[in-house]
Write a protein that binds this ligand. Structure first.
Ligand code: UD1
Ligand code: CA
Length: 455
């Protein structure tokens, strides 16, 4: 059965009180609409049609992709009117309607719904709630067959007492759609063209309505304001935490870890509190992550240790390496196996060879550091002359004395040593000691300055 998906995303979202269109508000760093598109793609439809209106340019700009057809709805005249705008682009047998502000819908739920839709039957996703206020109500006849959806504002008291609500998500036969769209009217409490009116039309035309429900009502929860957005975020994070734990990760507190991207994990990983994982993060077996760490687009090999308050972005930590506390690894930082980065060390585009160490207070940028080399406290690679960047390259077993400034481009051979406080502007051959500082003079009989007396 071929499929076209229509995602409704033209509404304003006044209650967000925001310059950003509602569907661009993020859950886990990704626009709500992005989550919906992600789910839609997994159904491998013939087309994905995104109906946009408020903030259309922003939405298009943010989410543009070859497989998306953006459809303009200039005036938001209702959900039925919105779907009608996409009608000319629809060629498949089945149309699935999704909402751009309902981001947590799961593909499995949609597959179940789609399995019920055919030429003679609509699939309608409903949700039973203790308080269905605001939802269209699902009206059933004595046999329990769905006969209509009545919007809250058009409902009488008996209908308002119905606990089964319309999620808005439905699957319907495309070839009937044009006819039903043409028959919609806005003669109702809100003066809108309701998509929900197609239910009664379908029943009148002799089709049946099959309903499905999501396993968890949060899957169909929309965000109309920032409080609901926070609820979605919280729920999403709980799901991520549960997934990590199910895969063999110990979370010191599952309520205090945030996943904002795609994280893949091995086993026996320990994650302390307030850790944020962003973008693509790979964490292998036996890794330990201390509290208050932000780890973005990084790979942590088996047994790596990240100590408290470290910030990693675009880093690769080799097996058994360790960083922090208070380390900052910027893009292109690579630690080979068992390398060590201590506190207040910043790396950028720098490789520490196997077993190499930078224990304290250093900036290592555009640098290649050979195996077992030791970088003394206060070492700076002077990689930038104000216009261009240059590299510092050192071999194996190099020893950089504390407070050395390595003025790039510069190279140090295997086993080279620099004296503490040196400014190294010339290459150092293997096994040489480089002393790049003024010789110490001790002056006898020195008199300290006296305070000048004022009258
Ligand atoms: C709609 C349903 C209601 C359901 C509820 C679930 C109708 C008539 N009512 O009501 O039965 O219980 O959703 O949340 O369908 N949109 C457009 N263009 C428009 C109008 C809306 O793109 O002209 C989009 C909105 O951006 C939103 C979605 O459609 O993503 C739903 O619109 P909304 O106004 O929130 O519908 P409700 O009145 O809540
Ligand atoms: Ca709504």
């Amino acid at each position: 059965m071929s499929l076209d998906i229509v995602i409704l995303a033209a509404g304003q979202g006044t209650r967000m009180r925001s310059a950003l269109p509602k569907v661009l508000h993020p859950v886990a760093d990704k626009p709500m609409l992005g989550h919906v598109i992600h789910s839609a793609r997994q159904l491998q439809p013939r087309g994905i049609h995104v109906v946009i209106g408020h903030g259309a340019d922003q939405v298009r700009e943010r989410l543009a992709a070859d497989d998306l057809n953006f459809v303009m709805q200039d005036k938001q005249l209702g959900t039925g009117h919105a779907v009608a705008q996409a009608l000319p682009a629809i060629t498949a047998e089945t149309v699935l309607v999704l909402y751009g502000d309902v981001p947590l819908i799961e593909v499995e739920t949609l597959k179940r719904l789609l399995s019920k839709a055919n030429e003679q039957q609509l699939g309608l996703l409903t949700v039973t709630l203790n308080d269905p206020t605001g939802y269209g109500r699902i009206v059933r006849d004595a046999q329990g067959q769905v006969t209509a959806i009545v919007e809250q504002k058009d409902a009488d008291e008996a209908q308002k007492a119905i606990k089964e609500g319309n999620t808005g998500i439905l699957a319907l036969p495309a070839k009937r759609l044009a006819d039903w769209m043409a028959r919609l009217s806005n003669n109702n409490a809100q003066g809108e063209y309701y998509l929900t009116d197609v239910i009664a039309m379908a029943v009148a035309d002799g089709l049946s309505i099959a309903t499905e429900q999501p396993d968890d009502p949060m899957q169909v929860q929309g965000a109309n304001d920032r409080r609901q957005l926070a609820e979605l975020e919280g729920h999403y994070q709980q799901c991520q935490a549960n997934r990590l734990m199910a895969q063999g990760v110990t979370l010191r507190d599952p309520f205090r870890v945030d996943v904002r991207g795609e994280v893949s994990v091995g086993r026996d990983i320990m994650i302390d509190i307030n850790v944020i994982l962003e973008g693509k993060v790979v964490i292998e077996d036996d890794v330990q992550i201390g509290p208050n760490c932000v780890i973005k687009d990084s790979i942590l090999r088996r047994g790596a240790v990240v100590k408290a308050n470290s910030h990693l972005d675009g880093a690769v930590l080799g097996e058994g390496s360790d960083v922090g506390p208070f380390a900052r690894l910027r893009p292109g930082s690579v630690l080979e196996a068992k390398a060590h980065v201590g506190n207040f060390v910043e790396l950028k585009n720098a490789r520490l060879g196997e077993g190499a160490k930078a224990g304290h207070l250093s900036y290592l940028g555009d640098a290649e550091i050979g195996a077992r080399s030791n970088i003394g406290a206060g070492t700076i690679t002077c990689n930038y002359d104000g216009a261009n960047k240059f590299r510092t390259v050192m071999g194996e077993d190099v020893f950089i004395g504390s407070n050395s400034a390595l003025v790039a481009p510069v190279q140090l051979g295997d086993g080279a040593t620099t004296a503490a406080g040196s400014i190294i502007t010339q290459n150092v051959e293997a096994a040489q000691l480089a002393v790049g500082r003024a010789r110490q003079r001790n002056i006898d009989g020195w008199k300290r300055p006296q305070k000048i007396k004022k009258d």
